[in-house]
Design a protein around this ligand. Sequence first.
Ligand code: DAH
Length: 357
Amino acid sequence: MDGLNDLRGGWLERIAEAADEAALEELRVAALGKKGEISLKMRELGRMTPEERQVAGPALNALKDEVNSALAAKKAALGDAALEARLRGEWLDVTLPGRHRRVGTIHPVSQVMEEVTAIFADMGFAVAEGPQIETDWYNFDALNIPGHHPARAEMDTFYTHRAPGDNRPPHVLRTHTSPVQIRHMEAHGAPVRVIAPGRVYRADYDQTHTPMFHQVEGLAIDRDISMANLKWVLEEFFTAYFGTSVKTRFRASHFPFTEPSAEVDIQCSWEGGTVKVGEGDDWLEVLGSGMVHPHVLRSAGVDPDEWQGFAFGMGIDRIAMLKYGIPDLRAFFDSDLRWLRHYGFAALEVPAVHSGV
Ligand code: DAH
């Protein structure tokens, strides 16, 4: 019986000191496995006298139970400690401030192009495109601007360079979006209802002019389209775009590619140096327009005896400045992050007529 006490002390101590579950399992096998020390002791019971067995049996059983519970308790303690350690290792302070991620913004020109496209799409206009490097033919001749015409000089055209000895006429950076009229009619014929937004180029630089800027062309050709349709479309456009009813003023003008031609002003007021659209009795010029000249239709392969319609060309940067109160056009293209953050739009503010552009 003295031996049992030592046995008990030894096993309980080793169990208490087990470093992990594997060590614990080894101890279990060594104590209570088939050939474990305690199991072997129990086998000896058979060789004892009944009197001896009556004392040793319960004592061994108690020892076995005690070692078993010690193993189970230690196993649970090891598991708890492991979990504790893991929790400590993976601890996360959710009260820390989040890490700031910089998000870019949509440039006002892109935003306004989307707005313009949404409004005209609502009136049935599709979007057409053309190249920014154009031939003389599409940029000038096909638009009824012959070689000697002052408009060619007035437009401060950028010409591309030809190699010495190459006598073909140079290409130009398109000075307006009007060549898309020709390209679109050539490719699709009549009837037509398109807008063509895009970049255009002129050698000019001051507070309201940059060498690259943006226009949107409009073209509607059918059998009986008139100036009245033009007026309605433009008034509808300005009212949707500025979100308030805007009066327009049509002034007789001249463009080689339209007859008759009109420049269009919108109603505005100037107060304290800022312009407000849709009120007051000043006027601001925003576009050129007119009935497409028969020569232009013919250049594009459309029969002017059958088809007629209107065209217009509007400055996108100009109407962006007006709507969003941006004073200097040059800053549009400086790529200054402070400017972009201030005037830019969130990427998810998608313009739609139904949500108010
Ligand atoms: N292309 C002209 C410009 O850039 C604007 C313009 C005027 C376009 C009259 C048109 C138009 O389509 O009919 O100054």
